[in-house]
Design a protein around this ligand. Structure first.
Ligand code: GDG
Length: 490
């Protein structure tokens, strides 16, 4: 690093690499999920740093040397925060997964407000902040990701460490009537006010936050208009913004046109005898509305029997948080529902629901996206939902239909051209699917072309630029790619 060079430092709960057992040894695997998809291209070969937990709590393991190879191929430095099993249980499975995740997705009855979880959340946030303080300088821009690390600015400041700190919340921010249920509501909101910039997925999330702020800290004042506003705290100001996250549009679109992917996509269609494919792709999570979606397919086939034998619903459910009982139960519920719907409607040569409980390689996922006639994206609540955007990017023939939950953050951006539905309304979804089934080519093309234009323009690079611009008046181009060959050439 050059003296005075400003680096982009990303801090998130998980590193974009996971350490997995491989026979007697260990291997490092690239992680999957929305956040990794979004940020890896931004750090690569730009002197970037990523700080997080490597997903393993074995105190004997020399994680840093395991990550070295991964780090050089990834093109940025990785530093890991070692966590004990007790810390992971309290901070990650407890506070993050059993309190903030359900609460912020409006599912407060699923919350377990255990005081132990809160203490562990603070301890682990302190541990993260110590490593951030050690591995960064005051020249760096520190970009903290998501709800696991809401106390980073608070601890860094209490240690007397001065850093320029941005925070982005990937999940929704709830309305005050829900947020106020959090026993530590004042401390959490106060900690968020310590950042220099707090980013949300949508204007509605930002509005929910300012309403909570007004209730809990009535002395604060919101100043300004537009996507980024300031909050006057009396002795200091910080900023709030709405920055809808996106995808690398060209990467998906180009992959969809690769001959192997085109062939794979054709094979999928052929295997399903060119029936219309309705596709769902999600991490297996109770916020994604998978059981409700399967019931909607059942309703579709009951209400519109002429569609029996003419559609296939393909659900890809990526294993997630498999150690947690609630997720095990959800998996069983989904599998029973699939069995019930298939039992009710199948006939020789046709099964309505094709269910995959696994993660596909990107090429195969893209082949499914481009084979699908309708994407059925119906989370009960979602910060953004990248699947909706990826589907459109891969729909290079522009003849697909996006049926989208009105409670996904993506709906705010895509509402004009997606078919919006209430994910709890099974009859409404069935009706929307029936309509989408009969939409003519011109109608489909018009809407899909608009969706693609929108996402192409507001892509992942636009997202990073708009956050960095609000945070440090810089854009991605100000962190230029390093020509690695230059060093080899001397
Ligand atoms: C959180 C917020 C927000 C899925 N199946 C496969 C696979 N995936 C990838 C998709 C997509 C990602 O997983 C899922 O992203 P989502 O945005 O849909 O959802 P979350 O994981 O819940 O992400 C969300 C996001 O953060 C970003 O801010 O949008 O609201 O909840 O990228 O492609 N990837 C591969 N195989 C699969 O089978 N390779």
């Amino acid at each position: 690093m050059q003296p005075g060079q400003q680096r982009l430092v990303v801090v998130s709960n998980r590193l974009p690499a996971a350490i997995k057992r491989d026979g007697d040894g260990w291997t490092v695997k690239a992680g999957a999920g929305g956040l990794v998809t979004a940020l890896a291209p931004v750090l690569k070969n730009r002197g970037g740093v990523w700080i997080g937990w490597a997903g393993n709590s074995d105190p004997e393991m020399d994680v840093d040397s395991l990550l070295e190879d991964f780090s050089s191929s990834a093109g940025y430095d990785l530093y890991t925060v070692p966590l004990t099993k007790k810390e992971v249980d309290g901070y990650y499975f407890g506070f993050s997964n059993e309190i903030i995740w359900p609460l912020f997705h409006d599912l407060q009855t699923r919350c377990r407000f255990h005081p132990m979880y809160w203490r562990m959340f603070l301890d682990v946030n302190f541990k993260f902040a110590e490593l951030v303080a050690r591995k960064t300088t005051s020249d760096d821009y520190i970009w903290i990701q998501d709800y696991h690390l809401m106390h980073q600015a608070f601890f860094l400041k209490s240690m007397g460490v001065k850093r320029n700190l941005g925070f982005f919340l990937h999940i929704p921010f709830p309305t005050p009537d829900i947020f106020m249920k959090l026993p530590w509501r004042w401390k959490v909101i106060q900690a968020l006010t310590e950042f220099d910039l707090v980013g949300f997925q949508t204007m509605q999330d930002r509005k929910n936050f300012t309403e909570c702020l007004r209730r809990l800290m009535p002395e604060t004042r919101v100043v300004g208009r537009g996507a980024v506003v300031s909050v006057d705290m009396g002795n200091r100001q910080f900023r709030l913004g709405a920055f809808p996250i996106s995808i690398d549009f060209n990467q998906f679109s180009e992959l969809a046109e690769q001959p192997e992917v085109v062939e794979e996509s054709f094979k999928i269609k052929e295997a399903l005898r060119h029936r219309k494919i309705i596709l769902g792709v999600d991490r297996l999570d109770y916020t994604k509305g998978i059981p409700e979606r399967i019931r909607s397919i059942q309703t579709l086939l009951r209400r519109y029997p002429e569609l029996i034998g003419r559609i296939n619903f393909v659900q890809i459910a990526v294993p997630s948080r498999e150690e947690v009982d609630e997720y095990k139960e959800l998996r069983i519920e989904i599998e029973q529902l699939v069995g019930r719907v298939n039992g009710e409607f199948s006939f020789p040569g046709w099964v309505p629901v094709h269910y995959h409980y696994k993660s596909f390689p990107p090429e195969e996922l893209v082949a499914y996206y481009s084979a699908a006639d309708i994407a059925l994206v119906t989370p009960l609540r979602d910060g953004m939902n990248l699947v909706a955007k990826e589907y459109c990017a891969c729909n290079v023939n522009e003849d697909g239909v996006l049926v989208l939950s009105e409670f996904a953050g993506a709906a705010a951006q895509l509402q004009k051209d997606a078919y919006l539905v209430n994910p709890y309304d099974m009859e409404g979804i069935a009706k929307a699917l029936n309509r989408a089934f009969h939409w003519d080519k011109e109608e489909r093309r018009g809407h899909m072309a608009n969706l693609r234009d929108n996402i192409r323009k507001n892509n992942i690079y636009w997202w990073v630029d708009s956050f960095l611009n609000a945070g440090i008046a810089k854009s991605l181009g100000d962190f230029p790619e390093v020509d690695t060959l230059q060093f080899e050439r001397g």
